[in-house]
Design a protein around this ligand. Structure first.
Ligand SMILES: [Zn+2]
Length: 198
């Protein structure tokens, strides 16, 4: 990535995404996909300023809140599932370990297993509730890779529909309505199988 590309990154990402269909394969897929939902952080007033564990870290704070307030969909033994406050798409979920660790290699085997299991169930529940036609799963490791909150690992589960990239210029610049997020959270939580809550 050249300095020129980096300088253009924040401003022209939406245009780049529309052009992505023209590429063979997806050599730039992660960068193009994961940058848009950060637009809210880049211009927003809720960008976390403190990456220390505890109150300053949203992923440490969320599990201390009631599910409805924190937009928590379900809680496992080592990780939990939360609706992204800055969604790339409707139903954009994050699977986070409770522990404040930045790197995938920091996870214990129990945390790896819980995150993987919750990710599988999240896909099943999203298919049932929102009927997406595909998914993007991924973790951004480090600021340079596009992590909005690099200090606390989180796995994105992004449902995809044919043609949804046409709406990126809209969703990337518009904050999701809290009422809509609350409704989506309630629907996903109700559909979550009780035997997988850990
Ligand atoms: Zn944290």
């Amino acid at each position: 990535m050249t300095d020129e590309d980096r300088a253009d990154d924040d401003r022209e990402v939406v245009v780049q995404i529309d052009d992505a269909d023209a590429f063979a394969g997806e050599p730039d897929g992660l960068q193009r996909l994961w940058t848009p939902h950060r637009m809210a952080y880049i211009g927003g007033q809720d960008k976390p300023t403190d990456s220390a564990p505890g109150v300053g870290c949203p992923f440490c704070r969320i599990p201390t809140l009631p599910d409805e307030q924190g937009l928590v969909v379900t809680r496992g033994p080592a990780a939990y599932v939360v609706l992204n406050l800055y969604p790339y798409n409707s139903g954009h979920l994050l699977v986070c370990p409770y522990r404040h660790v930045p790197d995938y290699t920091d996870l214990t085997p129990d945390e790896v297993a819980d995150i993987a299991g919750l990710t599988q169930t999240a896909m099943r529940v999203l298919r049932e509730v929102l009927a997406p036609q595909g998914f993007n799963l991924g973790m951004n490791q480090g600021d340079v890779a596009g992590a909005g909150i690099a200090a606390h690992l989180h796995q994105h589960v992004v449902p995809r529909w044919v043609g949804d990239s046409n709406f990126l210029p809209i969703v990337a610049r518009t904050r999701a309505l809290p009422a809509l997020l609350a409704d989506t959270r309630a629907r996903l939580a109700a559909a979550w199988p009780t035997d997988s809550k850990g």
